[in-house]
Write a protein that binds this ligand. Structure first.
Ligand SMILES: Cc1cc2nc3c(=O)[nH]c(=O)nc-3n(C[C@H](O)[C@H](O)[C@H](O)COP(=O)(O)OP(=O)(O)OC[C@H]3O[C@@H](n4cnc5c(N)ncnc54)[C@H](O)[C@@H]3O)c2cc1C
Length: 396
């Protein structure tokens, strides 16, 4: 059996893993980044939308090779067809080509000094003298033992490594969304905006999305609560049919599960850290997790470097503390909002989308929803409904 030794081994080359590997390698430590996929990034399980701010914030080149399209805002559709448009003069987001993006993130990690091995699946942890000393993996057809001082579980929503290491990553089915998506030819939608449709008959708890990748090509998908008796595919096909959209030019089918709540409490156990979807660090409102994975990866890598520099692995625990005091606190608030919006009827959704103006939507998008809720509470149709007042007050 082949043996290897690194300061840090990172399992999973999605978003979180390469950010950690790159940052730690930049500080001069030896890092191995592994992924079970033969081609990192493929297949994608993503609608590929992300804020334009992340490139500067996480020091990622704004490279046309993985940017399909710049996006200038969003359009929201209520169950009865009321529309709310938010359009900026400058690009606010992009639709990525994740197959290229993930691979390039791994490339940046490799350029920073990390070793990268595709088609290498972590199978188990190695225990030595009561402590976890590395990862047992399969590279191509060969079993390898990767010994490392620090192990990072960045292995996505189906993460096994953190659990094998004894970190409690359990969440009930209600805390996950099921998603189904076609990359397909579609016409008639402004390709400069992302489009979101809401409604309890349209997408229970979630929404249908059209994220344009081209003038006439988009990721068309849906997310619904995963404990729903019907499948996400059922609702997506129903929506396409009801909107007379022919589903005959389908370039890809992507199926996935999104964690939308119940963030992992203990993100570190001894020398193991869990980041990204594996720690359920996803925005519970819209199910986007790439920026959250980058943020968690950034915090995690900072403490890994500090722990290695000071030869004190106990410092790793600061990752849990810092995440919960920053992004964790923000996402807990978003989770609260999601739990309230789950109770909205179609009439509520119609009314709120009717009342909200583009400026309100902008405030919500920026996380400043308190002022918007206060404005909604003053609206006559809200004042007349004690139930709506109660729901909105829960958000304050
Ligand atoms: C349908 C859908 C649409 C989405 N749309 C968006 C969106 O538009 N915007 C957004 O921000 N987010 C979106 N998300 C969420 C986003 O994709 C995730 O939050 C993000 O990819 C999390 O990154 P990660 O690095 O934690 O995990 P992942 O990207 O899932 O990466 C985990 C990696 O670990 C590897 N791996 C797993 N197990 C092992 C193992 N045992 N050994 C080795 N490698 C392993 C996998 O192959 C994978 O490459 C969407 C998700 C879905 C399902």
């Amino acid at each position: 059996m082949k043996e290897m030794k690194y300061d840090v081994v990172v399992v999973g080359a999605g978003i979180a893993g390469p950010i950690v590997a790159r940052n730690v390698a930049k500080s001069g430590y030896s890092v191995l980044l592994i992924d079970k996929k033969p081609a990192i990034g493929t297949p994608k399980q993503c609608a590929e939308g992300i804020s334009i701010k992340v490139f500067e914030k996480y020091d990622i080149p704004y490279d046309k090779r993985f940017i399909n399209r710049e996006i200038y805002g969003a359009k929201l559709y209520s169950p009865s067809g009321y529309e709310l448009e938010l359009r900026y003069k400058e690009a606010s987001g992009v639709i990525l080509e994740r197959k290229v993006f993930d691979k390039m993130l791994a490339y940046y990690a490799a350029k920073a000094g990390a070793d990268v091995l595709a088609r290498t699946e972590a199978l188990d942890v190695i225990r030595k003298d009561g402590r976890i000393a590395g990862i047992k993996a399969k590279h191509e057809d060969e079993t390898v033992e990767i010994h490392a001082d620090v192990i990072v579980a960045a292995d996505g929503v189906e993460s096994t490594i953190a659990r094998k290491a004894g970190i409690n990553t359990y969440a009930p089915p209600h805390e996950f969304d099921s998603s189904y998506e076609y990359e397909m030819l579609i016409e008639g939608y402004d390709p400069d905006l992302i489009h979101l449709w809401f409604g309890n008959e349209v997408a229970p708890r979630g929404y249908v999305w059209v994220f344009p990748k081209d003038e006439d090509r988009a990721n068309v998908g849906i997310g619904i609560n995963s404990d729903n008796p019907q499948t996400a595919k059922y609702y997506l096909d129903k929506w396409l049919k009801e909107n007379n959209i022919p589903a005959k030019k389908i370039l890809e089918v992507n199926v996935g599960v999104v964690p939308v709540g119940g963030f992992v409490k203990e993100l570190v156990k001894d020398n193991i850290l869990v980041v990204g979807d594996a720690a359920r660090q996803v925005n519970p409102m819209h199910g986007g997790g790439m920026a959250e994975a980058m943020e968690a990866g950034t915090i995690a890598s900072k403490w890994i470097v500090k722990a290695l520099e000071e030869e004190d692995l106990a410092l790793l625990r600061n990752y849990t503390t810092e995440w919960w005091e920053t992004d964790g606190e923000r996402l807990q608030k978003v989770l609260k909002v999601r739990k309230v919006t789950e109770k909205l009827s179609d009439e509520d959704l119609d009314l709120f989308i009717q009342i909200l103006s583009g400026a309100d939507a902008e405030k919500i998008a920026g996380g400043d929803y308190g002022e918007v809720i206060k404005a909604l509470l003053k609206h006559p149709k809200v004042i007349l409904s004690p139930r709506r007042i109660k729901l909105l007050r829960e958000l304050l």
